[in-house]
Write a protein that binds this ligand. Structure first.
Ligand SMILES: Cc1cc2nc3c(=O)[nH]c(=O)nc-3n(C[C@H](O)[C@H](O)[C@H](O)COP(=O)(O)OP(=O)(O)OC[C@H]3O[C@@H](n4cnc5c(N)ncnc54)[C@H](O)[C@@H]3O)c2cc1C
Length: 167
């Protein structure tokens, strides 16, 4: 009998938590996470603290790694792998390995979409000029951190999650 194959698109908070939960419910299932970024299960909430040097070690942002998912949960994680399309008729995904540029098909029995959100870039003149950053990912925070040395004045647009004054 073939194992039930569950594919998850997106490997941050939603995708990673869902994968771990599915493993608890189904020991025999094959579970694979596809994440187009280079990291899974990282702490977005730590990114501002990484920029502000409260968290100095970048590795502390990683809640889990692909290796840990494999060894602890027997879940395969494919980072740098973008899901391009879903064929619901034959239950396959077309995925691209972003490192090699090669596409392949992946069969699924069940599919979870946990593709989250991306930063909104308002339609303002000059929005893509150098010195303008979004903050959602580890590479984003690295870029802002690198620019701090030459920065004398910063403007922040968007303030949904206000850090606690004592932090
Ligand atoms: C700076 C910052 C601070 C935050 N602080 C807090 C906080 O203190 N407390 C709190 O509760 N929340 C906080 N949040 C919000 C929290 O991080 C998000 O709610 C959470 O990340 C949502 O997780 P998600 O998995 O749904 O989506 P996302 O984090 O958006 O992850 C979705 C993933 O799917 C991947 N993906 C998308 N499309 C594809 C595709 N086609 N193929 C492969 N992969 C794909 C993306 O690359 C992405 O990594 C913060 C967010 C930010 C940016």
């Amino acid at each position: 009998m073939t194992r039930k194959r569950i594919l998850i698109v997106g490997g941050v908070a939603g995708g990673a938590t869902c994968a771990a939960r599915i493993r608890r419910l189904c020991e025999a299932c094959e579970i694979i996470i596809f994440e187009m970024g280079s990291y899974v299960s990282f702490a977005n909430c730590g990114l501002p603290y990484f920029i502000g040097d409260v968290i100095v070690d970048e590795e502390k942002l990683l809640v889990a790694t692909p290796e840990l998912f494999k060894s602890r949960f027997n879940i395969q994680v494919c980072t740098d792998t973008e899901v391009l399309s879903i064929n619901r008729a034959d239950k396959t995904l077309e995925v691209r390995d972003l490192a090699t540029g090669r596409n392949r098909l992946e069969r699924y029995d069940a599919l979870v979409l946990s593709t989250g959100a991306s930063a909104v870039w308002p339609d303002i003149d000059g929005i893509h000029l150098p010195g303008i950053y979004a903050l959602r990912t580890i590479p984003d925070s690295r870029e802002i951190r690198a620019a701090l040395d030459t920065m004398t004045r910063a403007v922040v647009m968007g303030a949904a999650d206000i850090p606690h004054p004592t932090r």
